[in-house]
Design a protein around this ligand. Structure first.
Ligand code: GLN
Length: 537
């Protein structure tokens, strides 16, 4: 067996249908290899033409995740970080749009020396270059690459061609894990493997032989059936795994580990002498999760409530914080468009705490003010995130400071009381892509504030995604009335966090704490918020 120090590449592809959880399988592989002491990174290639998902409506693609270096990323990068604590960057998420953009830029510069620029080899070479980029730093033992989309899609073809070439060039240093679906046909009371066979055939047609298969199924896929799949698909019998529905996605790494997936990966990529994975802390988390007693009821007020993945990172952050405090989270999604003065009490009185969500544009905004007024007046522990914080400021201006027409310039460009206004550096920008204040910025917290206590330190760094900000011209009036600016950017003095005095927990943050809460490191602000919610019961 070879055991050189060269980087290994693992591709994760998906077949049959989308939404099988390629991101979870990729994250699980990363987490298992990390827990064996390897240096790992994980990236996603998305076959759409958008340069990044930043301009995508959450209805199209769920939450937009933001990396520390300010890349608006696919929400799978959120899974990667929550499973592994790896801080991803723009290098970890590449779209077809980015690939084409850089090829076209090169063509304009004349880099191709008059050659006809084609999908093969120019686009595929660009994909390969991007796949290998993180590996070529020499910093990683394993680079895991998830290929978005489903095998058979026209869009995925250049990516699969790149995978084929890399596999051919690297041999044992590269492998493909293919995730497929084994449906259960109720009328026949049978699991069916034909779709899996077809999807593997489709991979084989483009020249890729998967090295391992993960079968997603709602119920146990019996061993003989897995053997049959192995035989039909040219895959070793011990390299066919099942991933059956689990009560929590965080069990998936353990489920595939018990079946030996990480061992197979090491064997196929010829890595010997690896330590057994240290899963102690992960297991402790799962025990806490299964033993959690009693619910913490959180009302999440937003406008994308009917969409499962729109607030993914917030949901996960709340769950992690509750788990570490021995409770189960019960999130009720409250559509801010439906909130009014006569139903707000009935919608919120059951909640132990309320989160007002981030967002863009005026739809549903009045309902957020109504919710916030209720929470403020009834002393409900409340966390406002980004637009949620801005709404806290506007509601306070309107109902406490007597500025009835206070607003954000985003919602009413002519408001006479622009308590939330455009940031200076955004004023000259007109196109929508990449015009926001994005990524991690330092924030200095005020000593003695609730927020500083929650963090247990005064210097923090948090991720942003916004165009508008608290208007400093009003700061003194807010401070006088008890709404304090307790966090600001040390260079620009932009207001990053506010809290209301005399309340149990009424905190708004211009940044997104939810992007940096992970399974092993729940975010301190969510921890403190949940603690108050528990006290509020
Ligand atoms: N729309 C607001 C802004 O751009 C808030 C953005 C957000 O909540 N992420 O400032």
């Amino acid at each position: 067996m070879d055991n050189d120090k060269q980087t290994r590449y693992i591709f994760v592809t998906g077949g049959v249908v989308s939404s099988l959880g390629k991101g979870i399988i990729s994250s699980s592989i990363a987490m298992l290899l990390l827990s064996r002491g390897f240096k790992v990174t994980i990236q996603k290639f998305d076959p759409y033409i958008n340069i990044d998902p930043g301009t995508l409506n959450p209805y199209e693609h769920g939450e937009c995740y933001v990396t520390v270096d300010g890349h608006e990323a696919d929400l799978d990068l959120g899974h990667y970080e929550r499973f592994t604590d790896i801080k991803t960057t723009r290098a970890n998420n590449v779209t077809t749009g980015r690939i084409y953009q850089s090829v076209i830029d090169k063509e304009r510069r004349g880099d191709y020396l008059g050659k006809t620029v084609q999908i093969i080899p120019h686009i595929t070479d660009e994909i390969k270059r991007n796949v290998m980029r993180l590996g070529s730093t020499g910093d990683y033992d394993f680079v895991i690459t998830e290929i978005g989309g489903t095998v058979g899609d026209i869009e995925s073809l250049p990516f699969l061609e790149a995978v084929r070439q890399i596999k051919w060039e690297l041999g044992y240093r590269c492998m493909c894990v293919h995730l497929t679906y084994v449906p259960y046909i109720r009328a026949a009371a049978e699991l069916k493997t034909k779709p899996t066979q077809h999807s593997v055939k489709q991979l084989q047609q483009v020249g890729i032989q998967p090295d391992a298969l993960v079968l997603r199924a709602e119920r146990e896929v019996p061993l003989p059936m897995r053997r049959k799949v192995a035989q039909f698909c040219n895959v070793d019998a011990d390299a066919v795994f099942q991933s059956i529905d689990a009560p929590t996605i965080y069990q998936v790494p353990l489920m595939v580990h018990e079946q030996g997936l990480d061992n197979i990966i090491l064997a196929k990529t010829r890595v010997t002498g690896a330590a057994e994975p240290d899963l102690t802390r992960w297991n402790e988390f799962l025990v806490k999760l299964s033993e959690a007693q009693g619910e913490v009821r959180i009302g999440l007020v937003g406008k994308y409530v009917e969409l499962q993945d729109a607030y993914k990172s917030i949901d996960e952050s709340l769950m992690q914080a509750c788990t570490y405090q021995g409770r189960k989270v019960k999130i009720t999604y409250i559509n801010s468009e439906r909130l009014n003065d006569s139903n707000v009490a009935s919608m919120l009185e059951e909640q132990d705490g309320v989160v007002v969500a981030p967002g863009f544009g005026p739809r549903g905004i009045e309902g957020k003010f109504i919710a916030l007024r209720y929470c403020r007046e009834h002393d409900v522990p409340t966390l406002g995130i980004c637009l949620g914080m801005q709404c806290m400021v506007i509601e306070f201006a309107r109902n406490v400071l007597g500025m009835a027409d206070a607003n954000s310039v985003e919602m009413d460009p002519k408001t006479p009381h622009n308590v939330i206004d455009l940031m200076e550096e955004q004023k000259s920008i007109t196109n929508m892509g990449g015009t926001m204040r994005l990524g991690a910025y330092a924030c200095r917290l005020k000593e003695g504030s609730r927020v500083a206590q929650a963090y247990g330190r005064l210097e923090v760094e948090e991720r942003h995604r916004h165009r508008f900000e608290f208007n400093d011209a009003y700061r003194a009036r807010f401070e006088q009335a008890g709404m304090h600016c307790v966090g600001e950017n040390p260079q620009t003095h932009l207001v990053e966090a506010i809290e209301l005095e005399g309340k149990r927990w009424y905190v708004g943050v211009q940044y997104h704490p939810e992007y940096s809460s992970t399974v092993l490191h729940p975010h301190p602000l969510f921890m403190d918020f949940i603690k108050q919610c528990i006290n509020n019961k």
